[in-house]
Design a protein around this ligand. Structure first.
Ligand SMILES: N[C@@H](CCC(=O)N[C@@H](CS)C(=O)NCC(=O)O)C(=O)O
Length: 310
């Protein structure tokens, strides 16, 4: 079926571990979605008009609403499609908190071991990631750091093994949930590495069995969409977000205020727009671009900084 303003469009590429996180959520929920393949390095001429400059992957688009970062993408999927919830009796919210572990220190250990190992990257990729990270992408230093980072990786994966030690099928109980998804994308990323790198996981039998259970959940029903068609959907659609005051906003931000929103780790270009809504976990800003007209771009609050502009 052709995509419409109600369709889930995931701007992604297949090797992207953070996209795997979202694809697994789509699998748990059994949803239909459209994959829009974006480049692995800049420029991303079919992504930036939607986001206003956010270049990381994944980005989710539903009509003229654009969700940047897997955390807000997953919150929105759970809000719009609650039939199979991602949170359960033992996880009212902590999966999002645990994501700050899995997506940061655990993920960085995986990256260090993969790129310090046999991963082949070209000059263009190195330059791109230097710009993204704001520091040298030093393969030699990464190679030298592999023994240290292996220790880190083992500690992270062992934490999962211990969590599964009582025989539970999923990390927080009988059903797959957000915490499984958060942890799993790191394991899926390791699977792109050599046999030797993969042994970091293979020595943990409970993690291996859990990995198979997560893989069996699948990715929902995927179709492809061309970037030009995704842009056309945004152009023709109107955001569903309604302006709403946020009484607890620590800095008094209100609808209509001009702000810049940026990640606090890497890819820190501020995305500028006018506040539509905000809450403890979400900020939505309105902006426009000749290629897509007016869109509303959504970000999480954990891990993102919001500054007033002029
Ligand atoms: N905090 C972000 C991290 C996203 C991220 O780092 N994505 C990687 C790909 S998995 C990326 O964007 N790399 C640079 C690029 O693709 O341009 C999230 O949860 O979505």
């Amino acid at each position: 079926m052709a995509a419409t303003a109600d369709s889930i469009i995931l701007h992604q590429y297949d090797i992207s571990p953070f996209s795997e996180k979202v694809r697994t959520v789509l699998g748990i929920k059994g949803l239909e979605w459209h994959a829009c393949i974006q480049p692995v390095i800049m420029p991303k001429p079919d992504l930036v008009p939607l986001t206003g400059g956010y270049r990381k992957i994944p980005v989710m688009q539903i009509g003229a609403d654009i969700y940047c970062d897997s955390q807000i993408i997953i919150r929105e999927l759970d809000r719009r499609f609650p039939k199979v919830p991602l949170l359960n009796a033992s996880d009212k919210a902590i999966g999002y908190g645990l994501g700050m572990w899995t997506d940061r220190s655990f993920f960085q250990a995986v990256v260090a071991v993969l790129f310090g190992g046999n991963w082949q990257v070209d000059e263009a990729f190195v330059k791109d990631r230097e710009a993204l990270m704001g520091r040298p992408f030093d393969i030699q230093a990464m190679r030298a750091g592999v023994p240290l980072m292996r220790e880190q990786l083992r500690a992270h994966v062992d934490t999962l093994e211990q969590q599964l030690a009582d025989g539970r099928p999923f990390l927080l109980g009988d059903r797959p949930g957000l915490f499984d998804v958060d942890a799993y994308h790191n394991i899926a990323f390791i699977r792109w590495g050599s046999k030797e790198i993969q042994s970091a996981v293979n020595v943990f039998p409970r993690v291996l069995a859990w990995e198979e259970r997560i893989k069996a959940l699948g990715h929902g029903k995927r179709q492809e969409i061309a970037p030009a068609d995704a842009l056309a959907i945004a152009r023709a659609a109107t955001s569903i977000e309604v302006a709403k005051a946020d009484p607890g906003e620590p800095n008094g931000l209100k609808p209509g205020d001009r702000v810049g929103v940026m990640a606090d780790d890497y890819g820190r270009e501020p995305i500028q727009g006018e506040v539509v809504t905000s809450s403890a976990q979400h900020i939505a800003i309105r902006r426009s671009d000749p290629a897509v007209g007016e869109v509303v771009v959504h970000f999480p609050r954990m891990g993102f900084l919001v500054t007033r502009q002029g």
